[in-house]
Ligand binder design. Sequence first.
Ligand code: A3P
Length: 321
Amino acid sequence: MAASEPTNTTSLDSLRDSLPKELWFGDTLYLYQGFWCFGVLFDPTVAFQTHFEAHDTDIILASLPKTGTTWLKSLLYTIVNRQNLPTISQHILHSKNPHELIQHFELEVYRYDHNRPDLADIPPPRLFATHVPYPSLPDSIKTSKCRIVYVSRNPLDTFVSLWHFFLQFDRIKGTEANAELMEEHLSKYCKGICPFGPHEDHLLGYWKETQKNPQKVLFLEYEGLKKDPKGHLKKLAEFVGYPFSKEEEENNVIDDIIDICSLKSLKDMEINKTGHVFPEVENKFLFRKGEVGNWTNDLTPSMAKQFDQMLKKIKDAGFCS
Ligand code: A3P
């Protein structure tokens, strides 16, 4: 969207109301610029597109929901700020959930501050996150030298993670978590109807960009991070301009970061047992099993088959994990 387009509330309401819509666990998703955007996030998304001015030093984490965003936020923040952080036992993650340390443009930054939050004075590097697909990012992110870290995850595990996540909301709790409800949302997911989806378009948008410009977009996979956290952390630290020194490696700094940002460590922190970052979302909802291939516990083979077309599209585009 061009910066000159009107963004007053009335014109945004009529733009949103003109879009195709679908229900997702009782919320409305609108098909905007080829992706499904929650109604409540529509205005903040447009404000982000219209007003955000990227700096060359910015680092932006991009992902689909439930692909490892919280994990990456904790890792990225710790890597970039490690010189200023006290010892592991007093690490900031003990007092703040990762989403407080790196905020999403559309979920927080442009949601509450009359669309014009003052971001200019944040010292570099500014760290932000977004679920918005690559083609819909503001031009200044694409044209500046700022860097993007993308994390992808297997669509079946992502869907199952989303399923468990949405079941915890108050408005769903009364609903019987039955096979019908799952079938309905599975069928939508496989047709591309899901928050910020279609899944394959989101993944391939960033994947194509990393092929064209690997200096600009670092593409990480949740599964790869689980398998080789150390290798991935080194890659991530190097990409964002904060490589680990030999001395740090010898002093086990990488292992310490892996430990403090692990699922078990974050899950056990008091702030994540009782705290609340997003309205409606208790911090504890953000940490579940964190397993690769966990979908086999929830999806039958015939349910899994519904993902075939999506997986084929991803593979045919040259993405192989
Ligand atoms: P599961 O539901 O499969 O357990 P997001 O942060 O994008 O919402 O992704 C949530 C998924 O990441 C959940 O997956 C959650 O358990 C997992 N997760 C959260 N913190 C993690 C961590 N530190 N390490 C590995 N996985 C983590």
